[in-house]
Write a protein that binds this ligand. Sequence first.
Ligand code: CDP
Ligand code: CDP
Length: 210
Amino acid sequence: MIIAIDGPAASGKGTLAKRLAVHYGLPHLDTGLLYRAVARTLLDQGSPLDDEALAVKAAQSLDLGHLDESRLRGREMGEAASVVAAIPPVRAALVAWQRQFASRPEGAVLDGRDIGTVICPDATVKIFVTASAEERARRRHRELAGRGETTPYEEVLADIRKRDARDSGRTTAPLVAAHDARLLDTTNLGIEQAFQAAVAHVEAARREQA
Ligand code: CDP
Ligand code: CDP
C-alpha cells in the first residue's frame, strides 16, 4: 500500500503522514527534507541558491539515507528549499530515489508536493491536505515559538503566502491536487480529527480497490 500525502506548507501533512505510517506499520519519507538538504548544502558552501549547476550537483551527491534533520528545520530553510525545488534538473535528480523508497514490498507513506502527481501516480490512496493560509500561519507561528524562533505572526503569514505562490506557480511539478486525490481540509480539525478523517479516506480507497 502506497499512501501519497501532498499539500501546502503547515497544512499538517507531515504530522498525518507520520501517524498513518505508525498506524499501518509502513516506512515514512518526508520528501521536503530532500529539497531542504540541497538548499542546506548550497548555503553551507556559500553558493547562491539559484545556481543551477551547483544545485544539481548537490542533489546528485546527497547522502539520502542519512539526512541530519536538525539542520534542515527552521524558517529560512523552507523558503530556501522552495527556491531549489523550482529547478527542474534538481527535481529530476531526486525522483529515482523517492520511487525506490515507495517500491518497498510492504509499501510506504510519502509526503510532499508532487507525490500523487509525479512520484507515485499509481498510489493506493492520495490525500491532498489543505487549510486556510491564516490557520497554517498560526500553526507555523506556534511551532516556531516552541523552538524559540520568535517571528511576528504577520511575517509567518507572508512567508506562507510567498511559498504557496512559488510552489503553485512553478512549471515543473507544481503544487496541485492529483485528479484522483481525496481532499482533506484541516482548517477546523485538530490533529486527532484530521488523522481519523485520513484513515477513513485510506479505508475507502482500499474498499474501492478490493
Ligand atoms: O508537514 P506540514 O508542513 O504540512 O505540517 P506539519 O509539520 O505536520 O504541521 C505544522 C504544525 O501544525 C505542527 O506543529 C502540527 O502539530 C500543527 N498541526 C495542527 O495544529 N493541527 C493539525 N490538524 C495539523 C497540524
Ligand atoms: O513542512 P513544509 O511544508 O513547510 O515544507 P517541506 O514539505 O519540507 O517542503 C519545503 C519545500 O520543498 C516546499 O516549499 C517545496 O518547494 C519543496 N518540496 C517540493 O517541491 N516537492 C516535494 N515533494 C516536497 C517539498
